[in-house]
Design a protein around this ligand. Structure first.
Ligand code: PEP
Ligand code: MG
Length: 753
């Protein structure tokens, strides 16, 4: 039998069946007749999922009395096996297969060979199409493919006629796929449960049989053209610079997008009479099947790229171009993506978005900073994410334990609920101390500020009980904008934050962009191989004074009549601070000379993030009104350890004497000059680390809002004096493990850690 023509004649005949106004059952009866005739088989049968069981719905060649009588559970018999595994099965001798289940009522004794394929919709098996031959024979790949093509058409027919319940099929698939634990990397801590939603939803092909093959061919050519243009455009974007992971992925995309073999196979499927969408899907399901049997992780990864690209092609063809955010979320959703941009994340409805799982992602990626600000847990670096998780699967994101629980069992859900309950009880404890000051048992008061960056964050001041905002990362607005935010927009953000903060202080940090926080609308140095140490933050701002002046005016005008606290990131030399301060002062004088209102007072601060600056504190401190230690950057520079590199994430301890001694030096020097010191890096948000900082003499912490409750509870349960004395001793004694010493001392005090 010439293979392509078999599929083609079947499809041509199916076209007429599908177009006819007959009942669904009559159509199924006709289809089995056509399949048997075209494949020369004695038997052709359709089993459909009804009430969770596969029921014989139509047959040519088996006893008609078995129709709607013969039923097999998922996984039972050959048919159940095909549906459960969602894979074709062909056997020269069916009875020899261990799963063969004899059904006397069908009268199938005479048949030896068997070939069946799943009927799939939305990645769930909703039925099985099978043929049987009297003679023992092997089935050629093209015959199996012809059956798979028919199965696609059947899926459309079955769905259109409402013969099976999709949601039930999805539940069954989930039950059959089984639970699984996948490892990842905690990017934003938290625990969440919800249904998997793909950021780029998979397109469901609704129309499979072509009316006009030529027209489908033309549509495919046009879709390929558009897809290639999109990939080329992406490759030209700044964030996909050569040498990055993104770029490597795009290179693979490009290779597939221009692969003539792929386009040819899709065209061949169109030749058989499929629509362009159905042809893409047909070729892709063959690829997916191959993917399952491949062990090589690199190849698997590349095939996932192809899957992604096929979905892009489908989205172009079907016109379903929106992301899940644009289509709208409902219920509790866990967003699944290869990677995301900060603006894309911000498009999601926070009421429904419970968690994010990424195949890529790194700690300092912009999207992670934004997710942390949104309070959404994020798990990154989950290998094989798209191969294992289906849309609609139930998921538990346990970022704290670096785990994703896919299709959890009842027992897992129970332990998740217990963990939630524990967290809720803890939150109640923290809520009780929300309006109380962070005073230790021996009367030392610590100011707890929060870090923020989005306008909504300001609301968290009241909820968290923070004493103010100790670090407002103004670059968030720049990161989520497609163009440079204009002065009016900057000003309205700053004013909104000040208003929400009421009489509590807000410290604005001028933009820390450039380097890895690059924005596409500002040209940056493409040759910056070491972005964290590159043309970023204050270096960029002092180099592009136009940008800095605009921000200065926005800040000055927003804080008119009140105190403006402003600090500069990545100061490396005192003169940089002096220059930035002079620039702000210049703008203030300018505004004043124009008769515009200006702040009643301006307090200038420097971020201490670069070790070199610590050697010049005697020069810097007399110029500043306050300083803030950015431990994220300070530790990466002190240890020469990239803060975004997961392999180094656990290598150096925040409680290492190197860090603690440096911080102590800053605290002592600042005390001498009577300059207040805050610590605003992530370190201060962890109870034991915060305790160490306080023991070193730090009296102000600026941390993530979620950290305020636990840190306050810890402080209120502590007697600090003896810990501060002990800390000084530990730092003087070589070889002491401060983490161990401090945590046992804390335990002895019965501290709430
Ligand atoms: C830091 O470096 O510690 C800091 C607070 O700034 P960012 O994390 O924004 O670089
Ligand atoms: Mg920093």
């Amino acid at each position: 039998m010439p293979p392509v023509s078999a599929a083609r004649t079947i499809l041509r005949r199916l076209h007429d069946v599908m177009a006819a106004k007959t009942a669904a059952q009559a159509k199924l009866n006709q289809i089995v007749r056509i399949v048997a005739a075209e494949l020369g088989s004695e038997v052709a049968s359709i089993y459909l999922l009804r009430d969770g069981v596969l029921e014989l719905f139509a047959t040519q060649g088996l006893a008609q009395s078995a129709v709607h009588v013969t039923r097999l559970s998922m996984g039972q018999g050959l048919v159940g096996n095909i549906a459960a595994r969602r894979e074709p099965l062909s056997l020269a001798e069916a009875k020899a297969h261990p799963d063969f289940a004899y059904r006397p009522e069908t009268g199938e004794d005479d048949f030896h060979s068997f070939c069946g394929v799943p009927i799939v919709r939305r990645e769930s098996a909703i039925g099985v199409l099978a043929v049987q031959h009297r003679d023992p024979r092997d089935y050629a790949e093209v015959e199996i493919e012809a059956l798979q093509t028919v199965a696609m058409v059947l899926s459309e027919l079955i769905h259109g006629a409402g013969l099976v319940d999709d949601a039930q099929a999805a539940r069954l698939r989930a039950a059959n796929s089984g639970p699984m634990r996948m490892n990842g990397l905690k990017l934003v801590d938290g625990l969440a449960r919800g249904t998997a939603v793909f950021h780029q939803p998979r397109v469901v092909v609704e129309h499979t049989v072509a009316d006009d093959v030529d027209a489908e061919r033309t549509r495919l050519v046009e879709a390929f053209r558009r897809m290639r243009a999109q990939i080329d455009a992406m490759m030209g974007q700044a964030e996909f610079v050569a040498g990055t992971d993104h770029h490597e992925i795009l290179e693979t995309y490009k290779m597939f997008a221009y692969d003539e073999g792929w386009a040819r196979r899709i065209n061949e499927a169109i030749e058989t009479g499929l629509t362009a969408e159905a042809a893409v899907e047909r070729v892709q399901s063959r690829n997916r099947l191959r993917m399952r049997s491949i062990d090589d992780p690199y190849l698997k990864e590349r095939l996932t790229d192809l899957d992604d690209l096929a979905n892009r092609l489908l989205r172009i063809l079907s016109g379903q171009l929106g992301t899940a955010a644009q289509l709208g979320l409902s219920g509790d959703a866990i967003l699944i993506a290869r990677n995301l941009g900060p603006a894309e994340l911000l498009e999601y409805d926070k009421r429904h978005l419970k968690g994010v799982v990424l195949e890529e992602g790194s700690l300092t990626a912009h999207v992670i900073i934004v997710a942390r600000a949104m309070g959404v847990p994020v798990l990154g670096r989950v290998d094989q994410l798209f191969a294992q998780v289906n849309e609609g699967d139930e998921l538990i994101v346990d970022a704290g334990n670096n785990a994703l629980l896919v299709r959890p069992t009842a027992a897992t859900i129970k332990s998740y609920q217990a963990m939630r309950a524990l967290k809720a009880r803890q939150a109640e404890q923290w809520a009780k101390v929300r309006d109380l000051p962070a005073i230790s048992k021996d009367g030392r008061q610590i100011a707890l500020y929060m870090n923020a960056g989005l306008v909504d964050d300001a609301q968290a001041i009241a909820l968290s009980g923070a004493d103010g905002i100790g670090l407002f990362r103004t670059e968030f607005q720049f990161l989520v904008s497609a163009t440079l935010p204009r002065r009016e927009r900057q000003q309205s953000l700053y004013r909104g934050v000040l208003e929400a903060a009421g009489d509590k202080p807000v410290v604005f940090r001028t933009v820390d962009i450039g380097g890895d926080k690059a924005v596409p609308y500002l040209d940056h140095d493409e040759e910056d191989e070491n972005p964290a140490m590159g043309w970023r933050a204050l270096r960029l701002a002092l180099g592009r004074t136009g940008l800095m002046k605009v921000q200065a005016r926005a800040l000055l005008e927003a804080a008119a009549g009140r105190t403006l606290n402003v600090m500069f990131p990545m100061v490396s030399e005192p003169w940089e601070f002096a220059e930035a301060r002079a620039l702000m002062e210049e703008q203030r004088e300018r505004l004043a000379s124009l008769g515009r209102p200006v702040p009643a007072e301006i307090c200038y601060g420097a971020m201490i993030e670069v070790p070199a600056l610590i050697e010049q504190l005697d020069v810097l401190l007399p110029m500043t009104d306050f300083v803030s230690i950015g431990t994220n950057d300070l530790t990466q520079f002190l240890f020469a350890a990239d803060r975004a590199n997961p392999r180094l994430a656990d290598r150096y301890d925040w409680l290492s004497p190197a860090i603690l001694r440096v911080i102590r030096r800053v605290v002592c020097a600042a005390a001498e000059h009577d300059v207040p010191v805050t610590v605003c890096g992530e370190m201060g948000g962890r109870p034991l680390e915060a305790l160490a900082l306080i023991a070193l003499g730090v009296e102000r912490l600026s941390i993530t809002p979620a950290g305020i409750g636990p840190i306050k509870a810890m402080i209120r349960s502590a007697t600090l004096e003896p810990l501060a004395d002990a800390m000084l001793d530990w730092l003087k004694t070589p070889g002491v493990n401060v983490r161990e010493q401090l945590s046992s001392a804390a335990k002895r005090q019965g501290l709430l850690l």
